[in-house]
Design a protein around this ligand. Sequence first.
Ligand SMILES: Cn1cc(C(=O)NCCCNC(=O)c2ccc(F)cc2)ccc1=O
Length: 119
Amino acid sequence: PVFVKRAKTARDNNRDLGLCRVLLAELERHQDAWPFLTPVSQKSVPGYRKVIKKPMDFSTIREKLVNSQYQNLETFIIDVNLVYDNCEKFNEDNSEIGRAGHNMRKFFEKRWTELLKQT
Ligand SMILES: Cn1cc(C(=O)NCCCNC(=O)c2ccc(F)cc2)ccc1=O
């Protein structure tokens, strides 16, 4: 039978936040995370704010998670993907930071599908 969508419980949200914590910890310690650990500084990267309208980085995501600014897994994943989309927009694919972004996106997609598969 078609499975009826049940209402999201507080338990679901707590499980989601646990997943966000696990995922973010893994992203932060990945060897290719270094370009994304802190906000891109306008000083050392002139023009960045002109090109990238919604900057995002892992430390900002960490802060939002700590301040309960993510209601669920979806809003968390939107911010993580924003890090990678910004990176693709600003950097050549064949550059050190461009490649790091592709590696990190691939790693993230693999891990959250694995974590979501485990019931
Ligand atoms: C995502 N993005 C990043 C940069 C960029 O230059 N970002 C600063 C890198 C310098 N940061 C480090 O080297 C570092 C930081 C923390 C750490 F623990 C170890 C090393 C430029 C364009 C762009 O699109």
